[in-house]
Design a protein around this ligand. Structure first.
Ligand SMILES: Cc1cc2nc3c(=O)[nH]c(=O)nc-3n(C[C@H](O)[C@H](O)[C@H](O)COP(=O)(O)OP(=O)(O)OC[C@H]3O[C@@H](n4cnc5c(N)ncnc54)[C@H](O)[C@@H]3O)c2cc1C
Ligand SMILES: *[C@@H]1O[C@H](CO)[C@@H](O)[C@H](O)[C@H]1NC(C)=O
Ligand SMILES: *[C@@H]1O[C@H](CO)[C@@H](O)[C@H](O)[C@H]1NC(C)=O
Ligand SMILES: *[C@@H]1O[C@H](CO)[C@@H](O)[C@H](O)[C@H]1NC(C)=O
Length: 523
């Protein structure tokens, strides 16, 4: 079990650190010093440099966004694939001793690729956690320890093997990595019933910037608060998470019901905004909108017979009838929604991400229903030749029941729904038209969405919201406020204070990492 292993490691940690303390700091040789230091601490075959024959295949093994495969992408000079926690500790110690930063990768789904590329020229290494992915479930206690390199599909699969009546409330896409996903919040079809993934995290293990392996108690309340939603890549390397599993009935009812504009999509969507966040928590209906069609997708924690009268009372406009219902187990719903109606449960174990297209995404939160007239204009945007997709996920229920400061994820009471805007383009083209469409739609939406700040979801990362500026040796707090308050609202300052506690020298840094807040020398 992951926990036992971690605990044993914590005990040998001091010894480990003193082993490495005498290694001279080879600041001048940087990357060479890093590799030398690491090859003394872990098997050489777990280290890949650009001259290794398999470097490219290891690098691209979990790159979701095709555009970051381009030759112009700033790549790591090395990739480290740890197979145990002490390798991770060594990577951090060797990195900081040699002035080499590391970027941590779990599932590689970051929309901006921050887990494996840099926006500016930089010498860095990737710490790829793909081989730290065990899941151990305790069905009696309804808990599990999951390592960050596991995918959501692997987590869900292991939970369902242990019990048909347990689940975990996180995202829809089975190839998303636990490490990045939990770091930013994480929500899917159970969000109204059980909240986000991080609302169900009980404990975690973290390797900090000094290479120490810390559990919840050792990292302290501020840091444990920060890693649950404060975004990946800022506080250290989260190795594993202890989660609370949640009960699901033996049968859930799914439906996927497309409505075109001609079939009344605009009126139905207008009504959806009001009813979807207010349904009983057992009912989740989101909408995927593209071209002139709004596709309503639903999971109901119960049978079709129980769902139909509820829909008849609350949302008759959708016209749901028995023929639309598909009853199945919770685990069957995962491939059904995400991989298509013919996929099997085993398909959710497929880790390959096949980065076949490039994309750009951004997000909004809606707190006041958008008017029918505006929806008509949105459909005109979606009809454009280079138009993309909007996905609207309702909140309300459990996710909205927490205070804004309970976790760094602040999008709680009063949020009707989250919007994700996405546009895709074929690998061979540059996507300028699709990117422009997305930016123009985002500008158009401003008066209709949350304001002061205009909230955004960190897991739908968008570097156009703002990027860090380094002043002296530290990330500027002031510059980071621009994007940070969109993702975290008033929690941003507290996150910066937690960062100041756990990583005051700002070792874990990227284009949107949390800056260390030091009250006396505020930058
Ligand atoms: C196809 C697709 C579907 C998605 N569906 C959903 C959804 O349904 N719901 C939802 O909420 N989100 C969804 N997302 C967004 C997803 O949650 C984020 O992209 C998430 O950050 C990906 O996690 P990852 O481990 O795969 O990413 P990575 O690219 O590996 O990491 C993302 C960030 O976290 C950091 N990081 C990674 N691992 C660790 C770690 N162990 N410790 C510390 N920092 C770490 C990285 O350095 C990087 O900055 C989806 C994304 C995609 C591409
Ligand atoms: C981690 O792997 C190394 C070999 O690289 C081994 O020496 C060490 O004992 C392992 N540590 C644990 C805790 O398994
Ligand atoms: C169910 O609704 C669809 C339209 O979405 C309609 O074509 C079908 O006839 C309806 N079936 C029943 C049994 O009412
Ligand atoms: C940054 O830190 C290095 C040592 O790590 C030091 O030599 C340098 O002077 C610092 N620069 C600034 C601007 O503080």
């Amino acid at each position: 079990m992951a926990w036992c292993r971690s605990f044993a490691l914590a005990a040998v940690l001091l010894g480990f650190l003193s082993c490495y303390a005498p290694v001279p700091s080879l600041a001048s040789s940087g990357s060479d010093g890093f590799l030398q230091c690491l090859s003394a601490a872990m098997p050489k075959q777990l280290l890949y440099t650009q001259s290794s024959p398999s470097f490219t295949s290891v690098l691209t093994s979990s790159v979701w966004n095709h555009k970051f495969l381009a030759a112009s992408t700033v790549r790591p000079f090395a990739i480290v694939r740890p197979t145990n926690a002490s390798h991770v500790q060594a990577a951090v110690v060797c990195g900081s001793q040699n002035d080499v930063r590391i970027r941590v990768r779990s599932g590689g789904h970051d929309y901006e690729g921050l887990s494996y590329r840099s926006e500016r020229p930089e010498v860095f290494a990737v710490l790829d956690l793909a081989d730290l992915r065990s899941v151990s479930v305790d069905p009696k206690a309804a808990t599990a320890w999951v390592e960050s390199g596991a995918t959501l599909g692997e987590l869900y699969y292991a939970v369902s093997k242990a019990s048909k009546l347990l689940a975990f409330p996180a995202g829809l896409c089975p190839t998303v990595g636990v490490g990045g996903h939990f770091s930013g919040g994480g929500f899917g079809m159970l969000v109204r019933k059980y909240g986000t993934a991080i609302d169900n995290v009980l404990d975690a293990t973290l390797v900090d910037a000094k290479g120490r392996l810390l559990d919840k108690q050792a990292m302290g309340a501020d840091v444990f608060w920060a890693i649950r939603g404060g975004g990946g890549g800022s506080f250290g390397v989260v190795l594993s998470w202890k989660v609370k599993l949640v009960p699901v009935p033996p049968t859930v009812t799914m439906f996927i019901l497309p409505k075109s504009v001609d079939e009344g999509a605009i009126d139905i969507l207008t009504k959806w905004q009001e009813v979807a966040p207010a349904f009983p928590e057992d009912l989740f209906i989101n909408v995927v909108i593209a071209k002139q069609v709004a596709k309503f997708q639903s999971m109901y924690l119960g049978t079709c017979d129980a769902l139909l009268p509820l829909m008849e009372t609350r949302f008759p406009e959708l016209g749901l009838n028995k023929t639309h219902c598909k009853e199945m187990t919770w685990i069957q719903s995962v491939p059904y929604i995400y991989l298509g109606t013919t996929a099997t449960v085993e398909d959710i174990l497929d880790r390959s991400t096949s980065a076949s297209s490039s994309s750009k995404s951004t997000s909004d939160y809606v707190r006041q229903a958008i008017t029918k007239d505006v929806w008509a204009q949105i459909f005109a945007w979606l009809a454009k030749p280079d138009g993309g997709v909007m996905i609207a996920d309702p909140y309300g229920g459990k996710v909205s029941s927490f205070s804004e400061s309970a976790t760094p994820f602040p999008h709680r009471g009063g949020v009707l729904y989250n919007i994700q805007y996405m546009n895709f383009w074929p690998a061979a083209t540059d996507g300028s038209a699709q990117t422009k469409w997305l930016k123009d739609l985002y500008a158009f939406m401003e008066p209709h969405v949350s304001q002061n700040p205009r909230e955004a979801y960190v897991n739908y990362r968008d570097l156009d919201l703002g990027q860090n500026v380094v002043v002296g040796n530290l990330t500027s707090y002031k510059a980071a406020q621009v994007w940070g308050e969109k993702y975290y609202k008033d929690n941003f300052q507290r996150l910066a204070m937690a960062k100041g506690e756990v990583d005051p020298e700002d070792y874990f840094r990227n284009e949107q990492s949390i800056p260390p807040f030091v009250a006396s020398k505020r930058r």
